[in-house]
Design a protein around this ligand. Sequence first.
Ligand SMILES: [Zn+2]
Length: 230
Amino acid sequence: MASNNKDISAGLPAGDASAKDSKSYDSLLQGNKNFVEGIVSNDPDYFKRLAEGQNPEVLWIGCSDSRVPANQLTGTKPGEIFVHRNIANVCVHTDMNMLSVLDYAVNVLKVKHVIVAGHYGCGGVAAAMGNKQVGIIDNWLRHIKDVYRLHSDELDSISDEKLRVDRLVELNVTEQVYNVCKTNIVQNAWKERTDLQIHGWVIDIRSGYVKDLNISCSNTDNLEKVFAFD
Ligand SMILES: [Zn+2]
């Protein structure tokens, strides 16, 4: 049996020490030490238990923005939330990454709640509302322009630009909740069990509080007929 102490860097390139010679980088490693020591001093077996497996009841589909971490915002610990994040929390039915996470969460982990979590002041949503080219991301943000198109009458009637972005944030979360509901993954799970709910949240990064959009779904009733599978 291989020793646990085996040097896993053996045979790998030495790396460029100067590349990681920065305060922000070093502080991450120090932060990790502090985090582990803080937990282990109160609960020596914490990580041993964590290593045995995960049983989260929640899948979080959130924005990549650094200000909206799932665990800190919900006061949860490692092991409690399964997480997928992308720019502007978009759920696209051809995104194998999102579909794989959703399938694993729903069918293997058997999560009870899927939360699509957007946030006010989302740069991705704001960029989607504008006309400036940013790069490859322009193609990703096209999905949000489609949301805008669906709700353009309401959005164009909001003259304040910040309020218009915030409303599109809410509408984007709503559309992404429906996109999750439209997957055969979720619809097949609903045929087998009644304890799976899809929710829409918006985090107000100016206060830290979550706004529940109260659009939770546990069946296909809110979907247009064409999207409901037999
Ligand atoms: Zn964002």
